[in-house]
Design a binder for this molecule. Structure first.
Ligand code: PGA
Length: 257
């Protein structure tokens, strides 16, 4: 059984003061949640402070990005060991990084290998553009992203990777994929490809979040789908009310709360 996992991606929002306030509020609001894994991913500047606030809580902290090299002349970058000092998780290959910061399947692969070597739990993002979706290329494209990301990743490490299927056209737009479509794409572009790369048991063990305009009032529709194991939430992770609302509607929909 895959343990449901809901993570907040705070993107480039919140000062340290604002981030600690949000983390404190979430810690209190979500204290009784047991059956869903929870994480928040603040900016790098707030990561240390948020991790401190969340110590001894049921909410983990993650970074939004990192470099794959251990150290060196890479101005502005953060190494895996530096992330590990402050976080449990790391988001890799978010579509905004692919779109605005030159991230490719190759850099995603390097980062994934580095995260695994460092003992971080990676959340690897994949997803198609609107044009690819309308051209019927989604399964081939996302399948290619999966093959690229997992190159050289051994089976025993692959099962601990978390994936976030985020159709680019659904991110921050208020427009979500149909839950049935997302479920089918996860099956055909992700689990089938993982079965091909590894085996069925590994493909079934890997958790896949849905991302893209997840809100308290649509979380239930996604979490009840057989292939969807949680969510990566952007905009609606920025207030206690919205993020706790998402977690609570997932609990209710799963009937385990
Ligand atoms: P959104 O972002 O929830 O604001 O659409 C999701 C994401 O980019 O991870």
């Amino acid at each position: 059984m895959r343990r449901p996992f809901i993570a907040g991606n705070w993107k480039m929002h919140k000062t340290v003061a604002e981030a600690t306030e949000l983390a404190s509020g979430l810690k209190e609001a979500l204290a009784s949640v047991k059956d869903i894994e929870l994480a928040v991913c603040p900016t790098a500047t707030a990561l240390g402070a948020v991790t401190q606030v969340l110590a001894d809580s049921n909410i983990g902290a993650g970074a939004q990005n990192m470099h794959w090299e251990a150290s060196g002349a890479f101005t502005g970058e953060i190494a895996p060991a530096m992330v590990k000092e402050l976080a449990t998780y790391v988001i890799i290959g978010h579509s905004e990084r692919r779109q605005f910061f030159g991230e490719t399947d190759e850099t995603v692969n390097k980062k994934l290998l580095a995260a695994i070597a460092q003992g971080l739990i990676p959340i690897v993002c994949i997803g198609e553009s609107l044009a690819q979706n309308e051209a019927g290329e989604t399964v081939a494209f996302v399948g290619g992203q999966i093959r690229g990301a997992f190159a050289g990743v051994p089976k025993e490490d692959a099962r601990n990777v978390v994936l976030a299927y985020e159709p680019i056209w659904a991110i921050g737009t208020g427009r979500t994929a149909m839950p049935e479509d997302a479920d089918r794409i996860i099956r055909e572009a992700i689990r089938d490809v993982l079965t091909d790369l590894y085996d069925d048991a590994t493909a079934q063990a890997i958790r896949v979040q849905y991302g893209g305009s997840v809100k308290p009032d649509n979380m239930a529709d996604f979490i009840i789908m057989p292939e969807i194991d949680g969510a990566l939430v952007g905009g609606a992770s920025l207030t206690v009310e919205a993020f706790a609302g998402i977690v609570n509607s997932a609990i209710k929909a799963l009937g385990n709360g």
